[in-house]
Design a protein around this ligand. Structure first.
Ligand SMILES: [Zn+2]
Length: 402
């Protein structure tokens, strides 16, 4: 018996990386002959990379973009207001002096903290900004369709955050897009030695949205409804010369320190997140807990596992501590599931049946426990704008005097 296959594992009967806490059920995960996952290998590569040389490369790219921009914007920065986007703004605006156009695809599930972080960042960095928000009814219908097609609630967000910045690049004639964290950081789809340089129009469909807008068409969603989620055509992309980079491939990425920094210097705020033990990941979205919970039901791990993996790799906790946290937190039923069931008109039974049907093959005979949350989330798991509407709808008319 492999000494690492202990009863400390959140689920028995499947293989976990021997370094971190990631199970073999993660999409795209590859172990080397020692049983170490790609992300663990990347985190070692990261230390041996010549970051000074990488930074020189970055400077070249940014200088070229500035030189060819004329009076137009130097680049597009897709932002959510989350920690990565605020750090991207810091680096690009305040360190390298670029004039970006910030673009946001709103999932329309912004938390109050998220709304504050976005508005605060726009003010702190003084950047021009475009926000696209699909309508509430459409978001609700896609959220229903999303569960049965891709196994989580968030297709509109996965595809929108991919498509909308590209649409903006084409419409505003701005070729360079700059994202944050390197893909090598979180998955086996790239490594630091072999980063994704070539811009790939299909990238977001392949890695996160999984389905094209056409594939989402059903009795309650038309091609026309789904128009905003289309990626520009190859001709349009080529006409503008769109290309994209991830800052994390050029500068050493350390999310803990970056979060500390933006909290201190720019007033960025964390919040309590469901299904996680850190308050800074996806803090802008009330539905993040549901997203991660569906991953847990399908693949046997959630956000807590993921965060534990990162902390184990950076030496902030031991593998045993990580596995323990993962087991405790991933299995909690998120409060936001109530909101999800309400907007999709799905029953709780139907939700769990669907998730069971979508379960990873290796987990078919394994019990995946679900536990109730101990206390309600401190951040309300209802979109902030819904809260705002509710509050003002029910407000006394100030002109009324009794
Ligand atoms: Zn690993």
């Amino acid at each position: 018996m492999n000494k690492y296959l202990t009863d400390k594992q959140p689920l028995s009967g499947i293989q976990y990386c021997i370094r971190c806490c990631m199970p073999e059920t993660q999409e795209g995960l590859k172990f080397d002959e020692m049983g170490i996952c790609q992300a663990c290998q990347s985190s070692e590569q990261k230390i041996h990379i010549d970051w000074v040389e990488r930074e020189r490369e970055l400077r070249k790219i940014l200088d070229a973009a500035k030189a060819s921009a004329g009076n137009n914007y130097d680049c597009i920065i897709p932002i959510s207001g989350g920690k990565d986007s605020v750090y991207q703004l810091h680096v690009l605006v305040n360190v390298y002096g670029l004039k970006p156009l910030a673009v946001t695809f709103s999932h329309n599930w912004y938390s109050e903290t998220g709304e504050y972080n976005l508005q605060n960042a726009l003010k702190e960095f003084n950047v021009d900004h475009i926000l696209f928000t699909p309508n509430r009814g459409l978001v609700n219908r896609i959220a229903r369709r999303s569960l049965e097609t891709i196994g989580d609630a968030c297709w509109h967000c996965h595809s929108g955050v991919g498509a909308f910045p590209l649409q903006a690049a084409v419409r505003f004639n701005i070729p360079l897009l700059i994202w944050g964290e390197s893909i090598a950081e979180s998955s086996g789809r790239a490594s630091y030695k072999d980063p994704v340089h070539k811009f790939d129009r299909e990238y977001f469909t392949k890695v996160s949205a999984k389905k094209t807008p056409s594939e989402m068409v059903c009795s309650y969603l038309t091609e026309r409804d789904l128009y905003p989620f289309n990626v520009p055509s190859v001709e349009e992309i080529e006409r503008v010369g769109v290309y994209g980079i991830h800052l994390g491939d050029y500068i050493f990425w350390d999310e803990e320190r970056q979060t500390e920094f933006i909290r201190e210097y720019y007033g960025w705020k964390e919040t309590e997140m469901e299904g996680a033990f850190k308050g800074y990941k996806s803090a802008e979205c009330i539905m993040a807990g549901v997203h991660d919970f569906t991953c847990y039901l399908k693949r046997g791990y959630g956000r807590a596992t993921f965060q534990a993996c990162v902390d184990v790799r950076t030496g902030l906790m031991t593998r045993e501590e990580g596995l323990e946290l993962a087991r405790k937190i991933d299995s909690e039923r998120p409060g936001a599931l109530d909101y999800y069931l309400k907007i999709t008109q799905l029953s709780e039974e139907r939700f769990f049946e669907t998730m069971k049907y979508l379960r990873h093959q290796k987990l078919l005979d394994i019990d995946i426990p679900v536990n109730p949350r101990k206390a309600p989330n401190r951040e309300k798991t209802i979109p902030f704008f819904e809260q705002l509407i509710e509050k003002h709808r029910n407000r006394e008319d100030p002109r009324k005097k009794d």
